[in-house]
Design a protein around this ligand. Structure first.
Ligand code: UD1
Length: 422
């Protein structure tokens, strides 16, 4: 099994290109199921989660070609011949549940296994089910599978999500594009990935308003056509690489980055004493001298501080001057990186959804274990500033969400390599 070895020390300098967003791509890909005509995505990230979604769509009869080394995905769903998303594929990745809405809308029925994904909490499907039922679907849980049908087709309705779930918003918006009449989705999620999905659906002929606000209105149409769409920049990859110079020192320019994607995160960096400048190419992040200041962080739905950057932010705060409190409000079990950071000399006290981080002068390299996607990269970030060698094992988690991670970090001067340890 592969591990990553990071040797700490030394400032970083240079540029890192930021890829297209994993989470946007994972909702744009199932949108192909809504149309008989081709959907082409450019700026796709090259990740194992994208391969899993490719496998899932192919199992349903869609054709997915990966072109230009994976940066372009050409898809066609003119010949769907299966409506069951099997557990074998779905268990690898929760985002597999995003085929439910499109299949139900296009075919009138779908069977989708309950998902797996990162071990960061219960992650149920109730919000997706309630919203699709409001559109007239009948959904039953049998043997670990959701059996959904809409014999007379879906019908537009007004529905308010109890929580602004990203996935439930995406599934509902996709389903509503082909429903009869108007759907008004209230308390919708406002994440940039949803805005990106709506822009693509609109190119396919969907009639949607209000993306990026809490109320999305969808006027159903009879059919959707094809489109070509460029995937939005990955704000989580962006935030992660912005933390590299913040932790190790130096200046790094994240190409393709824009403040509007990471506003709440940039405000925290500013409070810590890290400079972020926007220019035409992207975001330039510098840490000059001295220790960073401690800050408190609460994870929230967009536009709040993203839960997917909480682990990486904790890595930064381990060496801050003072005590920081991080509150995780989105997932109930998302501090698994804390005990690993403690192995590196961090002082962290976790009580339920609160982690109190007492800043120390310096971390020390240690063997640590990646527990989920974002936790794994937080350990690499911590290793950049630690004394000596940090060996991060179970890095297959990383391959789900970070393309060419070793090349991107080493390109700005980090001492990092991927090895096969027995
Ligand atoms: C998406 C992102 C993930 C990110 C998360 C929150 C993708 C592929 N993944 O996940 O990286 O961490 O948004 O920004 O885009 N919930 C329910 N019932 C439901 C659905 C969700 O209780 O039916 C709960 C979840 O357990 C969780 C919270 O709502 O506590 C947030 O989940 P949600 O916004 O749905 O996240 P995902 O779409 O799964």
């Amino acid at each position: 099994m592969d591990s990553i070895i990071v040797t700490g020390g030394g400032e970083l300098d240079g540029q890192i290109p930021i890829a297209g967003a994993k989470n946007a791509c994972l909702t744009l890909m199932p949108a192909t199921l809504l149309s008989e005509e081709p959907l082409t995505l450019t700026n796709a990230p090259r990740l194992s989660d994208i391969k899993t979604m490719t496998e899932l769509l192919s199992s349903l009869g869609a054709e997915v070609s990966s072109l230009q080394g994976g940066k372009v995905l050409a898809m066609s769903s003119h010949n769907l011949n299966n409506h069951t998303a099997h557990y074998d594929i779905v268990r690898k990745m929760r985002a597999s549940n995003l085929v439910l809405g499109p299949m139900l809308a296009r075919l009138g029925h779908a069977i989708v296994s309950l998902p797996g994904g990162c071990a960061i909490g219960a992650r149920p499907m109730d919000l997706h089910i309630d919203a699709l039922e409001a559109l007239g679907a009948e959904i039953e849980l049998k043997d670990g599978y959701l059996h959904a049908q809409a014999p007379g087709g879906l019908k537009g309705a007004t529905h308010e999500l109890r929580f602004a779930s990203v996935g439930a918003t995406e599934n509902t918006v996709m389903a509503a594009t082909l429903a009869k009449g108007t759907t008004v989705l209230k308390n919708a999620a406002r994440e940039p990935e949803i805005v990106d999905l709506v822009r693509c659906l609109r190119k396919m002929g969907a009639q949607i308003d209000g993306e990026g606000t809490s109320t999305i209105t969808i006027q159903g149409v009879d059919r959707l056509g094809g489109a070509t769409h460029q995937v939005v920049t990955d704000r989580i990859e962006l935030g992660t690489y912005m933390l590299a110079p913040a932790i190790a020192g130096g200046t790094v320019e994240c190409l393709g980055g824009r403040i509007e994607l990471v506003q709440a995160f940039c405000e925290k960096l500013d409070q810590c004493g890290i400079s972020v400048e926007e220019n035409e190419a992207g975001l330039k992040v510098s840490r000059k001298n001295g220790r960073i200041r401690a800050v408190d962080v609460v994870t929230e739905v967009f536009p709040g501080f993203p839960t997917d950057l909480q682990a990486q932010m904790m890595a930064l705060l381990c060496t801050a001057d003072g005590t920081s409190v991080l509150e995780e409000k989105i997932f109930e079990n998302r501090f698994m990186h804390a005990p690993e950071l403690v192995r590196m000399g961090a002082e962290i006290d976790v009580q339920g959804g609160l982690a109190t981080v007492h800043g120390v002068d310096r971390l020390k390299g240690a063997p640590v274990m990646a527990t989920d996607l974002r936790a794994s990269v937080s350990l690499i970030l911590a290793g950049l500033a630690a004394e000596g060698e940090t060996i991060v094992s179970r890095v297959y988690h990383l391959d789900r969400g970070y393309e060419q991670v070793v090349r991107k970090f080493s390109g700005v001067g980090a001492k990092i390599e991927r090895v096969q340890l027995k």
